[in-house]
Design a protein. Sequence first.
Length: 747
Amino acid sequence: MSKERFALVIIDISHERLDRPFEYRVPESLLDAVSEGAEVRIPFGKGNKERRGYVVGLKDEPSFDRDKIKDILGIVESSVGIESRMLRLAVWMKKRYGGTLVGAMRTVLPVKDKVKAKVYRCISRKVSIEQLNEEAGRLNPVRFSARIRLLKAVSEVEEMPLEFATDKLNVSKAVIATAVKQGLISLREDTEYRNPVAEKNTRYDRRAELNDEQQAAVDAILKEAEAERKPVLIEGITGSGKTEVYIEAIAKTVESGKQAIVLIPEIALTFQTLMRFYARFKDRVSVLHSKLSEGEKYDQFVRAEKGELDVIIGPRSALFIPFNKLGMVVIDEEHESSYKSQNMPKYHAREVAEELCRMSGAQLVLGSATPSMEASYNAECGQYLKLKLNKRYGEARLPKVTIADMREELKAGNKSFFSRVLAEKITERLVKGEQIMLFINRRGRAGFVSCRSCGHVIKCPHCDVSLSEHTGGRLLCHYCGYAAVMPKNCPECSSKYIAGFRAGTEKIEEEIAKAYPSARVIRMDGDTTKQKDAHEKILQTFAAGDADIMVGTQMIVKGHDFPNVTLVGAIAADMSLNAADYHATERTFSLLAQAAGRAGRGDRPGEVVIQTYKPEHYSIQAAAAQDYEYFYKMEKAFREMADYPPFTHMMALQYFSADQKAAFERAENAASAIKDKAGDTAEVMGPFQASIAKIRDIYRVVVYIRSRNEEALTQAKDIAEKLQDENRDSGKKEVTLQTDRDPVSTL
Ligand code: ADP
Ligand code: ZN
Ligand code: ZN
């Protein structure tokens, strides 16, 4: 006897209350056909009206009385379509990252509600210009003035939007309808897709002649796409032509009738990059970004579904564009933290792309000058195929990098923010009329505590991350909760220069104004870019040469080419090394390596000054030498020793509640349940108060789970979620849970 199967079915994917799917029995005849994501016909409600639904799960035991469960009627054969594939992806995401299925579905499926496609209507003449003028001449100019205005206007232009006639010419719709009836004009309706690229500069054609290294990379990608389809990782220094390689590989994919998705971190999506894609793919490529309206975004999904697009470019959400024949996914700047979603489900685009490619038989291509530890490690283990681009295209040379040891500066009596060497070079550039970028690396939000005399940073004895300063002189570890008192003197060298480091962009701007009163300074950071378009305006001002110095956070380092910038200064290069987060070193390295790649992209050679209290640290040394391999080797050894990813995996359970005690209690219960059931494969840490203990009166409590076994983390997550469900049912105080797999920032 074959065993029974039950299917979880969702009726209407745009409906709100569908977190709990309905259960149906899978009849024996359909056992082979019904799988997750399948579209099925089912009897629904009291009248057993036939409806369609999607299978979002299968199980052997029903949760209800067997007698009350109805049978699935049949399967909708044509449902191999894109919607069911996206649903399967949502199911996978829910399993891996937690949260509700509906939440995952909302992430994966486009918002269909409200936004209608805009209809474009235009008027054109149906008879000759002479006939129109003749007709206008016959009409009484007083009684028919509107009709005359219309006919004159139509005789002057080939085509006129309907709104122009009604709004600008003040011609009523009735008048237009009459003219149509008389056969003088015609009214054409078009569903006009809002194309987000205003300047459709697709006339010029551009095709790069690849150099040998680039061509070899393209060949290797295409070969892999025909074979095992392992993800390909391109490690290529800035300017080595990674984008040219993507474009060529995509062009071949498109030629074979398939489509491609290109992910680019929003901040790095420059006009030049876009135009390179447009020049090659014309109106078969489109873009998604956060500045598009919901309507414009939705239009791109419709165009994709209809087969009007071959290539889409966008941030991580572009992964969910409904391509029927997906052939390739490219993730540029693969190491960027913006590929991790900070909302539930907290998915990582790299992982989702891997799954999507597996499901659709597509090839994944990752690219970076400084690949993430995860990607490099996967390549080392043979799960990814690694390709290298070592040459900068053309004669572009790497800039000269100087490391300024700030401890020496203090010894020499220089207490300012600027080292002598940086100050000197700034003056030089100002005299020559060249531009300067100064950035302060402020990733570590909470102020770490360091000694300005010897560079010593106070760290947690248990976690090897820096402690951060809280009110009342308390120092806290955000990983394990370890607390200490702020010392009066440096524990290393006994100097009294120990304090929380608090320099910000504003402070730097002030100091620059003092030191170089004649220099024109422009600042770019979270504060100055709040307004829409502010970001572009600042960049334009700088590009136009209307400022000499741009001061900013790391956002100024990414993706912009200013040929007149010949000096880049990193003010507190090691600041981010001290963030209470195991990604800190990796971020510092990649940021500095990118900054070094910024200077001197024009014909003039560039220079970079890295100011640091830790000149000997491998992340600083490797960035200055643009030596990724050295960085990877050192960081890998550290991660392995400290039991951090990619050698282990982590799951953060983040509890939120207005009631601090309730949040701790729930977290405590989860922690002990996980210890009970998975304690031998997973290490449970916490619960702890989050580094920001309360936001808007909502308390935040965290539990960290760490394991070498990924399954153990999924299990831990399931235990915590089950506990949530049980407590929801019993109506206890509201404590919400968010699960974060391999978190990129600490809570
Ligand atoms: P990456 O993405 O690796 O930083 P890009 O693809 O942006 O590098 O290339 C850097 C610059 O060199 C770009 O201006 C690009 O147009 C140019 N370039 C790279 N390869 C070629 C090529 N084969 N032919 C013409 N120009 C190229
Ligand atoms: Zn000291
Ligand atoms: Zn600690």
